[in-house]
Design a protein around this ligand. Sequence first.
Ligand SMILES: [Zn+2]
Length: 322
Amino acid sequence: MIKWEAHACLPLHPQADFSPIEQFHAAGVNYVSINIGMDMNPLSQVMATIAGFRATIAASPQRYVLVNSAQDIRDAAAAGKLAIGFDLEGAMPLLEQPEMVAMYRSLGVRQMHLAYNRNNSVAGGCHDEVQGLTPLGHRIVAAINTAGVLMDCSHTGRKCSLDIMAASTAPVIFSHSNPLALVEHGRNVTDEQIRGIAATGGVVCVSGVSKFLGTDKPDADDVARHAAYVADLVGVQHAGIGLDISFPQANLNDDPPGDYDPTYWWPRSAGYDRSAIARSTYPPIDSWQVLGDALQRTGMSADEAALVLGGNMMRVAERVWG
Ligand SMILES: [Zn+2]
């Protein structure tokens, strides 16, 4: 059984410490998708981050494998190694060039959003005016399909996410999004969006972020409750886990350079507060050890829980990554 963590965030800095990633492995996770950039990060920062993370992975071949295929994940698990892929949160680091998708793929990016909370020239964000997929966006979805990268709609606007699902020829996922029916928040997704993902054959991976789960101190049962909602709505084969745990490291500043304004990307009007007191909390990493039990407490069988923990994302990866 493969356990798949669809989204984790280290500092976007080449020297980021990978010990939190090691903790996922210790908690039984077999594959983790690590963020290497968002729309607010310039290409220079994204490339430096990719280079640094690749070097860290390459320096520990006995522990880590940067994977190309679902089979690589099974092989890594059999060898006692942690499988890793990178994800990019937004199309702005593509510089409006669909050709950049294949280049990112060759560097280890396995999963991509088109927008991060705000609109750009490609797609609409979830905290902005309604904007659909643009003509350039259609070309980029095609490039993502051709390159064999997971098409991810987390952080994307509602209308645009439905446009992407209609345009994509491959299954589409939400790597870290929760049901709006359970918690009212602009980052959470409607039943229509969840049905749309299921219609593509994709997976809705629910996050562990406190404000999206609607609880101050989230645990495995909170995550399981949200996954069970997806399973009840569209079938257990369309639910997954992407806890979105963020690991700030005090000695590393990963703020984008220049006139970066966090309140543009995380607007106060959408309920974000960057003060230390109001910062998001997450379930502990080792809740991965008890998520299976928590899913079964919602009424799933052990086999159904295994699908949610990773079987479903393995099915999609087989199909998308080739
Ligand atoms: Zn995110």
